[in-house]
Design a protein around this ligand. Sequence first.
Ligand code: NAG
Ligand code: NAG
Length: 530
Amino acid sequence: MSSSKLPPRFVYIAIVLLLSLSFLISVTAIEDSDDIEELIALDEAEEEGGGTHHPRPSSEAEMLTKAQRIVLELNNDNTQRAIDGNEYVLVLGYAPWCVRSAELMPRFAEAASFLNELKSPLLMAKIDAERYPKVASNLEIKGYPTLLLFVNGTSQPYTGGFSSEEIVIWVRKKTGTPVVRINSIDEANDFLKKHSMFAVGLFDKFEGSDYDEFVKAATTDNDIQFVETNSPQIANILYTDDKSNNPFLGIVKSEPERYTSYEGAFEKDKILQFLNDNKFPLVTFLSELNSVKVYSTDKLQVYVFAEADEFRKLLEPFQDVARKFKSKIMFVFVDIKDDNLAKPFLTLFGLEDSEDTLVTAFDYKTGAKYLLESDLTPARIEEFSLGLFKGILPPFYKSQAIPDNKGADILTVVGKTFEDLVLSSSKNIILEIHTPWCLNCETTSKQVEKLSKHFKGLDNLVFAKIDASVNEHPKLQVDDYPTLLFYPGANKSNPIKLPTKSSSKDLAILINKYLKEEARDEEHVVKDEL
Ligand SMILES: *[C@@H]1O[C@H](CO)[C@@H](O)[C@H](O)[C@H]1NC(C)=O
Ligand SMILES: *[C@@H]1O[C@H](CO)[C@@H](O)[C@H](O)[C@H]1NC(C)=O
């Protein structure tokens, strides 16, 4: 199958790069302030001022300050004691200048406060890895922020989400409370007020193999809160839809598709698969908080890029489409005005400056990307999604407009002309593959110019170049720039890589050698044919 090589890793790296770039920019702005608490205080002040979307009542801010005190500050003296003396310790390694650490810290503190109320056996601690580098390195803290859970002195990486609620859910799963038992109607109502998404199990008895598998699934899963009850009345409050299965398992979300019941056998892996297929809403709104979770799903994905107002109009029809592909395709909305989130994707289509609504798709198994070019009606989006599901959409490859090469010594090749000018041509081609940002591309370009002059008049040799940042072709798989390829005229399937660090003279000698070999091969072919 042909596909543009766009491994999910690449998308992910691109996104991480862009995100860290924006972080870097904001870091430089606050570089002078090396006190993390100051940063948090600043954040809170901003939030209290109502400047951001979640004005925080001051009582909550007070709670947060108190919560920060619940988090133990590790140093050279107390770290070993803390790790050895507690069954469970969750350690946050941070650096004072790291903005992502600063963002995480109040959430971490808030989680500490919740866990404290819940009488969790966990100790939450943080370490300034810059001030105590040796301690941090002993704990194997390598980047910032790092979260590690120590169980009886042995660490495991943190795999949960990064809101305070998600931290609490993950920690409880790994510290002996994978499932919350709901014992009364009041508890159920109270739980509902606090949780909009959870998995609920109704069992006659909290024992037996079905129940054990349910608990195993709860422990293995990283981000969904599990609750259990043996009372049909309590279950009715948590899950008002049909519950005819016994035992019963269902997932609850805050959206039109509120209830989904599990129909399979109670086996850990099957339960986890069901949750994975159903945990996302019909349409997920991409945010910095959920982006890692969204990028790491292995499902087909359809993305809509639009302004928030525009999307509000599209949401219902889009949800209707999403419902038809439920658990097969993940539907994601990205605010096109949010550069950090939208740009890395739009760049993949050469549409980074677009302000119009766009629909794209990704198949993370093959690495292919797709673009719905026009007419974004619900019917077209449904057709597009069906094509994606069936694997019959034509993949998208970036290409600049076809340039006029009249009189040029070096042909400019674009995505759309690569087939004609390189693969189908009977001539020997030397192709320079460059990008605007690559360090040594200019040097190589100059060499190629020199070489093209040197070989000028040689009828069977063509010099060409392609800007790989804006042009793609399934048969052009290069990830190192600059790259120089020699395509023998008789056989374009295996181009030969030329060294880009040689002198022009050495390159000329090498090209001559290949041209001679090629001529000999052609002779052979001709003789064989005779
Ligand atoms: C930690 O060690 C204690 C004492 O040896 C033991 O009772 C406990 O089960 C251990 N905890 C875990 C989660 O293994
Ligand atoms: C082209 O080269 C490849 C690998 O060297 C070889 O497998 C293939 O048969 C060649 N094709 C032709 C038409 O000579």
